[in-house]
Design a protein. Structure first.
Length: 556
């Protein structure tokens, strides 16, 4: 991997590097052994609740089936079911209904000619589903001068629906850019003139719009809004609450299992400089896929992210260049016999990494499906593991480059920095592992596609790297995109750097929006692959927006 900093390329001969350990203070985990005490002996209770859930699910199915597809009520029903986090139970029925809405889009829009809320809701639901519909439909709300009609100013419900729809804009959609600015300004001006419930809804949408909301967190927040709505459906509400609580118990059980794994590694004593962020790692994994059938994937993701956190600390904080060199070499060779060449603390990390990959290999090897003969399974596993090892190596080299920049005092250009920074975001590695965690859905083509670093993944990587840097500036002891921009553009202020980087984040979201629209050139299962990558961008938006001591990023 040949990456250099144009300002002052690193050279062992020309640069004297202070071979010392850096230091940083991390907050200790607040969870302790909390999840170790989780009681998993709940089979009788769960059995009773499961029966009740299935009964309520059947009732919701009837509601979906009997509500006409060409009605506003059907749009509201689908929106409520999806936002309450139970849409995964009715994927086929929702897809069928929205296909009808898409096929009759023009006719439906003319039927509700002046209803901004309905038109915006229909537009958002179709874009969420991957259907491309033109944003020209919103031009009808402009006057003869090209300005949006003033009659919209007091329409809080319509403006909020419009604001949410504009989050799905792609490159070059000026009408949606204007709509976003207009709806944002008008909603802000309405905050002191609407009820408390509407004020809360507006503020929450401004903080995290639906487009960037994690499914589980969004469902938990939307339930209070939905139950206060006089038109809410009690069956859907009860079904959501029961489903949410049952899934919560599943998550607690999984977290108990990975906590035992973490404790067995004895990180606190063997690698005391490393952060204990296991619960946060599980939270991150949960955002990628929350459905119950992906339990294995969540546990694997949690372990991988936790181990990468340790590797991150080794490269960013604890390891010296003399120690990092053999560590990178060991990852490149990826054979257990080299472990004795590493410092003692690195041996613990290397063994844990090696054991984790063996665990993944063994679990994937248990897959048995009639359409996946044995040799195909082996080919997929070998491809996946080879890719993961390669990217672990590339990532370590990228960490190594970042470490050399810090030690040598070099500041790369923004382009050079992002080339390395996208890799250290870990999203190629994590996306491949996340898809592998789905078990029976694994395919060679899908793994190859993910590990080819497609545009949608690159956009997610950019969002991760830049938002990390924007909130970590002044806290993390490493080069950031802010410094690179300011060094490259002499005289630029920190505020100007922030503005430029935030614009790059906005553009990355537009890339993701475009990549999720039909026709989609993605191997099957397309929806799952796109959702995995999309959800990485969502969790990044949430975690880094609310990181301790962070700068508050504006919503775009």
């Amino acid at each position: 991997m040949d990456i250099h900093a144009s300002a002052a390329p690193f050279s062992n001969k020309s640069v004297v590097i202070e071979n010392v350990r850096r230091s940083v203070t991390y907050h200790p985990t607040i969870w302790g052994d909390y999840f170790l005490d989780y009681d998993s002996n709940l089979s009788d209770t769960l059995s009773h609740e499961e029966q009740k859930r299935q009964s309520l699910k059947a009732e919701v199915k009837k509601l979906l089936a009997y509500t006409p597809d060409d009605s506003l009520h059907k749009l509201d029903l689908i929106d409520a079911i999806q936002r309450l986090g139970v849409g995964y139970h009715f994927v086929t029925k929702i897809e069928k209904s929205l296909k009808y809405v898409y096929d009759t889009y023009i006719e439906s829009c003319s039927k509700h000619d002046n209803d901004l809320r309905t038109i915006a809701l229909r537009f958002r639901l179709l874009r969420q589903q991957g259907y491309y519909v033109s944003c020209d439909v919103f031009n009808k709300f402009k006057d003869h001068k090209g300005n949006f009609d003033e009659s919209l100013i007091s329409n809080a419900e319509g403006l909020l629906s419009w604001y949410e729809a504009a989050q799905f804009r792609a490159h070059g959609e000026e009408t949606l850019e204007e709509a976003l600015k207009f709806s944002t300004a008008q909603l802000n001006s309405l905050l002191d003139h609407v009820s408390n419930s509407w004020s809360t809804r507006i503020k929450e949408a401004r903080e995290i719009p639906i487009r960037k909301t994690m499914p589980r967190l969004g469902a938990r927040k939307f339930i209070s809004i939905y139950q206060e709505d006089e038109s809410h459906n009690e069956i859907i509400l009860n079904f959501m609450k029961l489903d949410f609580n049952l899934l919560q118990k599943t998550y607690q059980k999984e977290l108990s299992e990975v906590t035992r794994w973490w404790k067995a590694l004895d990180i606190e004593n063997k690698l005391p400089f490393a952060r204990d962020r296991l619960v946060k790692c599980y939270f991150w994994a949960l955002t990628i896929y929350f459905e119950p059938q992906y339990a294995f994937g969540r546990k694997v993701q949690t372990k991988i992210i936790a181990m990468l956190t340790i590797v991150d600390n080794i490269f960013d904080v604890y390891g010296t260049l003399d120690e990092l060199t053999p560590f990178v070499d060991a990852i490149e060779r990826w054979v257990f016999s080299v472990i004795d060449q590493l410092p003692t603390y690195m041996q613990h990390c290397y063994k844990a990494l090696f054991d984790l990959y063996v665990e993944i290999e063994e679990e994937l090897g248990k897959i048995e499906k009639s359409y996946l003969v044995h040799y195909v399974i082996e080919e997929v596993i070998n491809l996946l593991l080879a890719k993961l090892i390669i990217f672990a190596y590339i990532r370590s080299m990228s960490y190594f480059q970042e470490a050399k920049w810090v030690y040598s005092g070099c500041t790369p250009t923004l382009e050079e920095y992002l080339k390395v920074g996208k890799i250290t975001s870990t999203y190629i590695l994590l996306s491949a592992a996340a898809f592998a965690g789905t078990g029976e859905l694994v395919s060679k083509e899908a793994v190859e596609w993910i590990t080819s670093d497609p545009l949608i993944l690159q956009a997610s990587e950019i969002i991760c790297r830049l938002m990390n840097d924007l909130v970590g500036i002044g806290f993390e002891q490493k080069i950031s995109a802010v410094e690179c921009y300011m060094n490259q553009n002499k005289g630029a202020t920190k505020e100007e750097a922030f503005a430029e980087l935030e614009e790059l984040v906005t553009d990355a979201w537009k890339d993701i929006n475009e990549e999720c629209l039909h026709p989609i050139v993605v191997p099957a299962p397309k929806t799952l692959l796109l959702e995995i990558i999309d959800n990485y961008a969502r969790v990044t938006h949430l975690v880094y927006r609310y990181m301790d001591n962070s700068r508050s990023l504006k919503s775009t």
